[in-house]
Design a protein around this ligand. Structure first.
Ligand SMILES: Cc1cc2nc3c(=O)[nH]c(=O)nc-3n(C[C@H](O)[C@H](O)[C@H](O)COP(=O)(O)O)c2cc1C
Length: 350
């Protein structure tokens, strides 16, 4: 493990792009200034907020950083949104009543990817990472023309091969231990839930682009394991959530520090898309709900938005989406610099 050339950073450690507010410019810049790759989780940001976050990061560091976005999948007509969201409202009625929330009509379900993407190009961000799919050929050509390094997310060998085939520079192998949404984008009857230990070497054997391991990596032992499996880098999410600089909600941080490896599960309940989080009343209430009954992503995400917000305002973690990976017991209250020191302990100092 010598000097890293991955993304032009000193240490091949990537602070995961985590949409929803955790990746403050301070967190991103601290990781970059230490020599890792910090990532702005821009998935839920308006194009304007994304531009502001990028400009703030640029003020705080002159090192490479990344922006992560969600590749849109299905699009829905206004009528489909109305039908699905009505069902979502009914499904979550008990919790809405508990929080005194009126039934609402969902109109906008997600930010415009095209506009977010334009900001990435305009701002010439050094690295663009993405999940839930693959950008179009034109978009990939535009990224290349702008000199932006690209990084996709795969949860199977087949997904990694597709990412390589379209000319993406690097791929994150996201194991099932990972906190947050599954990046799976090839539709199959069963959601692939392949652990990091099994996934990384199989992807490494089938693509030529650098592979970055993600899922359950919390300290230098996880980083060493990732390299032993053939990865060229390690992407870390959960461990950064409890750092001082993280913008994660205080209740989220509290629960991360109090729960353990047996307390997370993969749920569709909050967003209509599979994601791993800390089990709470909302997840439990939907544990026997059939998948077909839950509105698809991103409609269910929009349906539960006010509910999650109201729950956090009430100080009740039971209706919040507390994304977390299976390494959760190893989460510590540290500064981002202390965490980077820990993660890079097994990498020779340069
Ligand atoms: C709170 C949270 C939000 C996340 N949001 C995103 C995201 O917006 N985009 C993305 O590609 N991955 C996202 N992820 C997944 C991470 O990229 C990464 O795969 C995962 O955190 C690795 O596993 P770990 O949490 O065990 O470190 C998120 C993870 C967490 C914990």
């Amino acid at each position: 493990m010598g000097e890293s050339t991955l993304f032009g950073v000193k240490y091949p450690i990537i602070q995961a792009g985590m949409a929803g507010g955790a990746t403050s410019p301070q967190l991103v810049a601290t990781v970059c200034n230490f020599g890792g790759l910090g990532t702005i989780g821009g998935g839920y940001m308006s194009p304007n907020d994304l531009r502001t976050a990028i400009q703030e990061v640029k003020k705080l560091t002159d090192q490479p950083f990344a922006v992560n976005l969600f590749i849109p999948e299905q699009s829905f007509t206004a009528e489909e949104i109305a039908i699905h969201s009505k069902r979502g409202m009914e499904l979550t009625q008990t919790f809405r009543d508990r929080l005194g929330l009126a039934t609402k009509t969902v109109e906008k379900v997600q930010e415009s990817f095209e506009q977010q993407f334009q900001v990435v190009l305009d701002e010439k961000v050094p690295v663009f990472s993405f999940t839930f799919g693959i950008p179009s050929g034109d978009q990939i050509a535009a990224l290349k023309a702008a000199g932006i390094v690209t990084c996709g997310t795969a949860t199977t060998v087949e997904e990694a091969k597709q990412i390589e085939q379209v000319g993406i520079d690097t791929v994150v192998a996201q194991g099932s231990e990972a906190g947050g949404h599954r990046g799976s984008f090839i539709q199959s009857e069963h959601l692939p839930l392949i652990g990091t230990m099994a996934l990384v070497p199989q992807i490494v054997d089938h693509v030529r682009i650098p592979v970055i391991a993600a899922g359950g990596i919390m300290d230098e032992r996880g980083v060493a394991a990732a390299f032993a499996l053939g990865a060229s880098g390690a992407q870390v999410g959960t461990a950064f959530l409890t750092t001082t600089e993280s913008g994660a909600h205080s209740l989220h941080k509290e629960q991360l520090l109090q729960n353990n490896e047996a307390n997370t599960e993969v749920t569709y309940a909050f967003s209509g898309k599979a994601a791993r989080g800390i089990r709470n009343a909302f997840i439990e209430a939907h544990s026997s709900t059939r998948l077909e009954e839950i509105p698809p992503y991103p409609i269910q995400n929009a349906v539960t938005q006010d509910l999650r917000k109201a729950s956090s305002v009430e100080g009740d973690w039971n209706m919040m989406s507390l994304w977390a990976g299976q390494g959760i017991r190893l989460a510590e209250q540290l500064s981002a610099e202390q965490l980077m020191q820990k993660l890079t302990k097994a990498i020779p100092r340069l």
